[in-house]
Design a protein around this ligand. Structure first.
Ligand code: AMP
Length: 425
């Protein structure tokens, strides 16, 4: 048997109902905040991620699906390509390529789509997973650097989580400084790490030299007590970063968006500057981060573009759906009526009635005249139908149908003209 590849999976009904529900809410809420959709390719040149996300990150150093794409014609060059492990780099590349900053306005863009990382698969962690993300970026004259943008994006996230009905999340907030103050913090980290490096895992020993900030991402339990004692970034922020962060918090306080400061949260991508954040949910176990994001004021320039500060996030849709599953599965598009054709020649009458119900907005399904009564009822139960509607010769003639409420067991005869209203109650 050929099976789905490790770390990939099929999304099947009824789960796909929940996925569509989430997508629908995302489009609705993001539109209210004046975001517009962008769709970038599933693969990009490897260099985009190496330069954007950072060579020393786990994503780039271990997790990318990369291949050498051979030239097929003399006019082509072979090049290294990579399935996108995240979408911010692609959006910023697109912003630069299409000169979206030329309008002088903020670009408020969102995407929904698959991302690919060769991680160790487990619950809530896949090699093909789905992200819902949004980015707001633009020239500094458009206000792209201002704290109101950070607060607005966090406010939109709380509105979205509300709209999909996710309860019990926690928002963690931090500032990771900027290109001006980060070097001093990196230096402090390097010095602190010099004494304890030998006690850390092999990855951290390497990171301590190449990119000490990444040590804070380490998940190895034995390393944690040592990492806890390292210098804190809050003590190294310059005045501008400190002020920026204070203003973000002040606006969030006014909006009554609850958050907690987590000074260790530097996030696993190199492009972040200043505000970083993560929303976690208790139901998710080890992979508790539902979404993460932050500011990336230097990313456009790093990719050869104009100055275009920005902030964005990515929601792990797989995890959001997992967290919602128990809460919502029942409530979504339940089957209202299962129509049972009873006796030979009744299929066409049953299908006609089912069509009438569907046309008036009722979710309905239909059996077959070859089913015996018992099998029809069992099918209706399995489908989770609320009502069964029986279509026999007598019913068609009288234009009134026997309707049974499967929950209460109550049976009534309902005239055709009143059927829709009866089922809706
Ligand atoms: P990141 O792009 O690493 O900032 O991740 C943003 C969000 O995407 C995380 O908070 C997760 O919810 C989700 N995510 C990241 N990697 C995976 C994965 N391998 N499988 C499922 N979800 C993921």
């Amino acid at each position: 048997m050929i099976k789905a590849v490790r770390g990939t999976r099929d999304l099947l009904p009824p789960d796909t109902e929940l996925w569509n529900f989430v997508d629908h809410k995302v489009r609705e809420v993001f539109a209210r905040y004046n975001y517009h959709e962008i769709r970038t390719p599933l693969f990009e040149s490897t260099e985009l991620f190496a330069r954007g996300v950072g060579e020393e990150t786990d994503i780039v150093s271990k997790e990318m699906f990369t291949w050498e794409d051979k030239a097929r014609a003399a006019s082509e060059k072979s090049q290294s390509l990579t399935l996108r492990p995240e979408n911010t780099a692609g959006v910023v590349r697109s912003y630069i390529e299409h000169e979206l900053g030329r309008s002088g306005l903020l670009q408020k863009l969102y995407y929904i789509g698959p991302q690919f990382r060769r991680e160790r698969p487990q619950k809530g962690r896949y090699r093909q997973f789905y992200q819902i993300g949004a980015e707001v970026l633009g020239p500094p004259t458009a206000g792209s650097e201002l704290p109101i943008r950070d607060a607005e994006i966090l406010d939109m996230l709380t509105a979205l989580l509300d709209a999909v009905g996710l309860q019990g999340w926690t928002l963690y907030l931090n500032s990771v400084g900027c290109l001006n103050c980060r070097p001093a913090y990196n230096q402090a980290l390097r010095e602190a790490l010099a004494g304890v490096k030998d006690q850390l895992c092999a990855d951290c020993q390497r990171r301590a030299e190449t990119n000490p900030l990444r040590v804070l991402d380490c998940k190895i339990p034995a390393d944690q007590p040592i990492i806890e004692k390292l210098p804190k970034i809050a003590d190294y922020l310059d005045d501008d970063c400190r002020n920026h962060f204070a203003q973000v918090r002040a606006i969030l306080d006014t909006l009554e968006v609850p958050y907690q400061i987590n000074e260790r949260m530097v996030r696993g991508l190199d492009y972040y500057t200043r505000t970083t954040f993560e929303f976690t949910h208790g139901e998710l176990g080890a992979q508790s981060a539902v979404l993460g994001g932050g500011r990336y004021d230097g990313l456009s320039e790093q990719l050869g573009g104009p100055k275009a500060p920005g902030i964005g996030f990515a929601i792990g849709e797989d995890r959001l759906v997992l967290a919602l599953q128990a809460q919502l599965a029942q409530a979504l598009a339940p089957l209202k009526a299962f129509v049972i054709p009873l006796g030979a020649g009744m299929n066409r009458h049953a299908l006609k009635l089912t069509r009438e119900l569907r046309a008036s907005g009722i979710t309905a399904d239909v059996g077959d005249e070859s089913f015996r009564m018992k099998k029809s009822f069992e099918t209706a139960e399995k489908l989770g139908a609320k009502f069964v509607v029986i279509v026999g010769e007598n019913e068609v003639q009288a234009s009134a149908f026997a309707v049974k409420n499967l929950k209460s067991g109550e049976q009534t005869t309902v005239p055709r003209a009143e059927l829709t209203r009866f089922l809706e109650d």
